[in-house]
Write a protein that binds this ligand. Structure first.
Ligand code: UT7
Length: 325
């Protein structure tokens, strides 16, 4: 049976120039490189320069993805951009990227599912391609979390970083089984009962301010491992594959201990897990597309490899997707 698949044509990422090593936090906080490294796996992160916006990071990642795919901006029908740190409340950051790239037609919009944002955006892009609404879609995850951190809270400010990643998908025909290239399955969940585990204490209609990130880290940790294992299994089942078939897991890069525990419970060896958390920290919606792009550039992910991507964050919102590269 012939089906439409959303096939990956190329990807790219961009990290702001400023690199901040763990040791820098020792100057202002009661923390240490040793604590951050051993509890999270994070060694450094990048922070955007003053005046450098989420859309600037996204445009650079998008240009790199276009180059990687051998395409021009005018070849793209739609941009779906996941961010929790937009340039402005409106218009969407996606339309700013659309304009900066020189895309004359098509459409662009933002979606917000915090750290699960890229999986949500991927699922929307996939649905638009399968329903014939778009042929080529650029999915972007872009964040400047450094703008919403409380620099006096050692439990959160050492964890996050800035960056952007982009992936270009195109409608192609497939046979309908798991040997097809492209997105094979997506699985989304959210539960607003857990809003207060991870949130920003401000907003347009509540405080009229941007607010700062607040997190009950240990609680999020427990939910993360359980929920990531379940959503990963649902996505693999929907694709007709098992953990033994997976070539690479591209997990949300929040904490190496979450990544390792989830991998163990799913029965996937750590040498099949893409790891960038040490260099990027947690970049929310940007973390998976950046890890994907880094793994492709490293030569880890190759054509026809079977990938499982999965993420969880504020909401709580979580989900997974399988994709044959
Ligand atoms: O992307 C969205 C999803 N977010 C996540 O996945 C984050 C999930 N949570 C985590 O990654 C971990 O819970 C953290 C890394 C945030 C914290 O690690 P933990 O092992 O759960 O530590 P904890 O919160 O239980 O804190 C242990 C101790 C506490 O001290 P006491 O009360 O035992 O004296 C904290 O105050 O570590 C202390 N602590 C720190 N010490 C040095 C917390 N942050 C720091 C720090 N440096 N930066």
């Amino acid at each position: 049976m012939s089906v439409i698949r959303a096939v990956a044509l190329g990807c790219g990422h961009y990290l702001p120039k400023r690199v901040v090593e763990n040791a820098e936090f020792e100057k202002t906080l009661d923390t240490s490189d040793e604590w951050i490294r051993s509890r999270t796996g994070i060694e450094r992160r990048h922070f955007a320069a003053e005046g450098e916006l989420t859309s600037d990071l996204a445009v650079n990642a998008a240009r790199n993805a276009l180059e990687n795919a051998g395409l021009e901006a005018t070849d793209i029908d739609a941009i779906v951009l996941a961010t929790a740190t937009p340039d402005q409340t409106f218009p969407s950051t996606a339309t700013k990227v659309q304009h900066a790239l020189g895309m004359k037609g098509g459409f662009a919009f933002d979606i917000q599912a915090v750290c699960a944002g890229f999986i949500y955006a991927l699922s929307i892009a996939n649905a638009m391609i399968l329903s014939g609404q778009a042929k080529r879609v650029m999915v972007i995850g872009a964040e400047t979390f450094s703008r919403i951190l409380d620099w006096s809270d050692r439990g959160t400010c050492v964890l996050f970083g800035d960056g952007a990643g982009a992936l270009i998908l195109e409608a192609r025909s497939g046979s309908g089984d798991s040997t097809d290239r492209g997105i094979l399955s997506t699985d989304l969940h959210s539960d607003g009962a857990y809003n207060d585990l991870l949130y920003v204490d401000g907003g347009v209609s509540s405080t009229g301010s941007v607010g700062l990130l607040r997190m009950q880290g240990q609680e999020v940790f427990k939910h993360a491992v359980k929920k990531l294992v379940v959503t990963g299994e649902i996505a693999m089942k929907a694709a007709g594959i098992t953990a033994a078939d997976i070539d690479w897991v591209v997990p949300h890069q929040a904490n190496l201990r979450i990544i390792a525990r989830t991998a163990k419970k799913m029965g996937v060896d750590m040498d099949k897990i893409v790891q960038t958390v040490q260099d990027h920290g947690n970049t929310s919606a940007a973390s998976i597309p950046m890890a994907l792009s880094v793994a492709v550039a490293r030569g880890q992910i190759k054509r026809n490899d079977l990938l499982l991507m999965e993420a969880i964050g504020g909401g709580l919102a979580w989900g997974a997707a399988t994709l044959r590269w």
